[in-house]
Structure formats: structure tokens, C-alpha cells
Design a protein around this ligand. Structure first.
Ligand SMILES: Nc1ncnc2c1ncn2[C@@H]1O[C@H](COP(=O)(O)OP(=O)(O)O)[C@@H](O)[C@H]1O
Ligand SMILES: Cc1cn([C@H]2C[C@H](O)[C@@H](COP(=O)(O)OP(=O)(O)O)O2)c(=O)[nH]c1=O
Length: 215
């Protein structure tokens, strides 16, 4: 049986716990006979990974940061995302454009109208815009995310921002989620097992994976 491609993204502030579930998500789709392209932003191609290193290590003004993020995204879409979707694969992407509106838009306070224009340019797909079919939004209070990250890894440029930055980013995600039905809110404050149960249930409920055998 052939499948239409499925574009699934994971979002949330740093430390919300989304990366912890990527292996299980991939395994869930693979068990259903789907081919999974697992990728991330910024990144996912050699060029975009080079841009990622610049974005995450160098200080720059918000327009420069936004242009680099969208340049990386454009390359990623053309080289990886669109071809995988055309082959009917599941594209499992750690962050996409919602992160730009949350981090550059709300976090940095950059002009969202400019971001929307860049989005139109980078994501044009025929007469429409390439968007995820489903976005798992790991919602967690910034204070708890900071506690989880403390000691877990060396903070990068964004992770070293003060908690107030992440309050704005979290607000940015909440606004995006309120405006788009493709968002599923995951209560990321729960245990790993409880978070995974919400992820799995939401995929079943949206009809993108079959009903769990245990049900
Ligand atoms: N539900 C959870 N409860 C407590 N700690 C968690 C939970 N999920 C992940 N963590 C831990 O929190 C830290 C950040 O998780 P990670 O998945 O890397 O977050 P993200 O990818 O969203 O930045 C890691 O040290 C991870 O082990
Ligand atoms: C995709 C994207 C990420 N970012 C930021 C969010 C994260 O702090 C960082 C990299 O994301 P991520 O891969 O989640 O970091 P890590 O591997 O350390 O968990 O880039 C933006 O600022 N704008 C964007 O458009």
C-alpha cells in the first residue's frame, strides 16, 4: 500500500523534552511499515548544518538571524523535505517555522510581518505554503525547562538566554497553537512515560497511526 507523505514537526522551548521522544516516534511509524526521514532545523542538509553552526554560535542582529534560518530552511525543503514527502515518507522534523515565529518573532521581538514574507518565499508550494500536517507542541513552564537543562548539556546561544526570553518564546508558541488546528498541545511537565502516552494518543486520535494494540 502506498501512503501520502506526512510532515510532522516537534516544537517547544529548549529543555521541554521533545528530543527525548524522537527515537520512539520513529519506531512507531517504522512499525507501521512507513519510511521515516528524521531531520531537524536549523539543519538537515550539509549547507543548512553549516548555517546552523553559525546561527547557534555567533551573535548577530535579528534580521541576519532570520535570513540565515530561512536560507537553511529553503535548502532543507528543496533537498530533503519535499523529495521525502513526494516519496510518501514520514518527515519527522525537530522544529520548523513555528520556532522562527516563537524565537525570532517573540523571543527577539523581530517583525513578524517580515517573517511571514520570508515564509512565503521559502515555503511556496504551487499556490499554497508548505506547512506541517501536524505539530506536537511540548508545552512546559520556562522555569522547569531551565531546571531540566541545568547540568544536562553545555548551553548554546539560545539556551543561555534568561528565563524572560523563554517566557516570550513560550507565549509565541501559545499564540501559534491557538491559531492553527494542526497543533497538538502536549503537557510536557509530566513524567517521560506520561508525555509519551500523550504523544501516542494524539497520533492515534488524529488518525496518523493505527490504534494501539493495547486498546
Ligand atoms: N518528562 C521529563 N521529565 C523530566 N526530565 C525530562 C523529561 N523529558 C526530558 N527530560 C530531560 O530534560 C532534558 C531536556 O530534554 P530534551 O529532550 O533534550 O529537550 P529538548 O529537545 O526539548 O530541548 C534532558 O536532560 C532530558 O533527559
Ligand atoms: C528552527 C529554529 C530554531 N531556533 C533555535 C531554537 C533552539 O534554541 C536552537 C536549536 O534547536 P534544537 O535543535 O532544539 O537545539 P538542541 O539540539 O540543543 O536541543 O535553534 C531558532 O531560534 N529559530 C528557528 O527557526
Amino acid at each position: 500500500m502506498t501512503h501520502p507523505g506526512l510532515f510532522l514537526t516537534l516544537e517547544g522551548i529548549d529543555g521541554a523534552g521533545k528530543s527525548s521522544h524522537l527515537d520512539a516516534l520513529e519506531a512507531l511509524f517504522t512499525a507501521e511499515g512507513r519510511v521515516v526521514t528524521r531531520t531537524r532545523e536549523p539543519g538537515g542538509t550539509p549547507l543548512a548544518e553549516t548555517l546552523r553552526t553559525m546561527i547557534l554560535t555567533q551573535a548577530m542582529d535579528p534580521l541576519t538571524e532570520s535570513l540565515l534560518v530561512f536560507a537553511a530552511r529553503r535548502d532543507h525543503i528543496v533537498q530533503v523535505i519535499e523529495p521525502a514527502l513526494a516519496r510518501g515518507e514520514v518527515v519527522l522534523c525537530d522544529r520548523f517555522t513555528d520556532a522562527t515565529f516563537a524565537y525570532q518573532g517573540e523571543g527577539r521581538g523581530f517583525d513578524k510581518a517580515v517573517l511571514a514574507t520570508l515564509e512565503q518565499w521559502a515555503q511556496a508550494r504551487g499556490g499554497a505554503l508548505l506547512q506541517p500536517a501536524l505539530t506536537l507542541w511540548f508545552d512546559l513552564a520556562p522555569e522547569i525547562a531551565a531546571e531540566r537543562l541545568a547540568g544536562a548539556r553545555l548551553p548554546d546561544k539560545f539556551e543561555s538566554q534568561p528565563v524572560e526570553f523563554f517566557r516570550r518564546v513560550a507565549r509565541g508558541y501559545a499564540e501559534r497553537a491557538a491559531a492553527a488546528p494542526r497543533f497538538v498541545r502536549i503537557d510536557a511537565s509530566r513524567s517521560r512515560e506520561q508525555v509519551w502516552a500523550q504523544v501516542e494518543a494524539s497520533l492515534v486520535q488524529r488518525g496518523v497511526v493505527g490504534r494501539k494494540r493495547s486498546q
